[in-house]
Design a protein around this ligand. Structure first.
Ligand code: ZN
Length: 261
């Protein structure tokens, strides 16, 4: 397949009709095949296709696992001594974790882009100062609440619902237990409550959302756009019917196991 250029991306994303809409996006550049100009071009096209944009710029390398802590926390205390040794102090200029992909990091580096305050679960955003400003240690996913209240959408660009952070927000609204984690910061080790569970079982929500999802093939990648209000309602509905809904089947998953107790 030929390389994708800026004009291809722009033309494709314009068909989603999200120009006036605030969007939270998750992207895998790799899934699109070759893109001329890489992540910078991709971000440029994305910004022009939406009214406002936020992307997760989470920084998992700040995380510390203590040797003891609260019960029912979906964690094996004392299990991450090697990772603890490699943990880095959070700073607002820290790059987004590689697990997030290169697109959020390219967004973060653009002039005019702001980043929210959380030492693990930050978001970067353009024209999104208000939602970014709602994040707190107690409510790390608050920016998604504000996007939902403003008629926002989720955009999955070459990734599936396992990358969809808004599902975590909906799980919390459905009453699902949240966890505590810890981050290394220049002010010491900071407790981070409201930490979400595991997302590897999220793909099953796709069929509940068929009626609301705008789909598009761009290069090698599938692009899906879903309105946040309908997404959140669908997740709550599913968990109401089945308290184990959206949990993964990996017997070694500490967080899903905790929720199944
Ligand atoms: Zn799991």
């Amino acid at each position: 397949m030929a390389d994708l250029g800026y004009l291809d991306l722009s033309a494709a994303l314009a068909t989603l009709e999200l120009r006036e809409v605030p969007v939270i996006a998750h992207a895998s550049l790799h899934a699109f095949g070759r893109v001329d100009g890489g992540a910078e071009t991709f971000v440029q096209a994305l910004l022009e296709a939406v009214g406002a944009l936020i992307m997760p710029t989470h920084t998992y390398n700040t995380m510390i696992t203590p040797s003891v802590g609260p019960m029912h926390n979906g964690i094996v205390y004392g299990s991450a001594q090697d990772l603890n040794r490699m943990a880095e102090f959070y700073s607002p200029s820290m790059p987004a974790d590689r697990l997030m992909g290169v697109v959020p990091e390219a967004l973060r580096q653009r002039p005019g882009v702001k980043r929210s305050m959380h030492p693990i679960l930050s978001f970067a955003g353009m024209k999104a100062d208000k939602p970014l400003g709602t994040q707190s240690m107690e409510e790390p996913l608050a920016p998604i609440r504000m996007l939902a209240e403003s008629g926002g959408w989720v955009l999955l660009l070459g990734v599936d619902h396992t990358a969809n952070t808004a599902i975590h927000f909906a799980e919390k609204l459905a009453g699902r237990r949240q966890f505590v984690r810890w981050a290394l910061t220049e002010g010491g080790i900071v407790e981070c409550p409201g930490f979400p569970g595991d997302s590897s079982g999220f793909k099953v929500i796709e069929r509940d959302l068929q009626a609301y999802t705008r789909k598009l093939q761009v290069g090698n990648a599938l692009v899906q756009a879903i309105p946040l209000k309908e997404l959140i309602a669908a997740v709550i509905e599913r968990i109401k019917k089945d308290p184990y809904a959206l949990l993964c089947s990996n017997p070694g998953c500490a967080r899903c196991n905790e929720l199944k107790k």
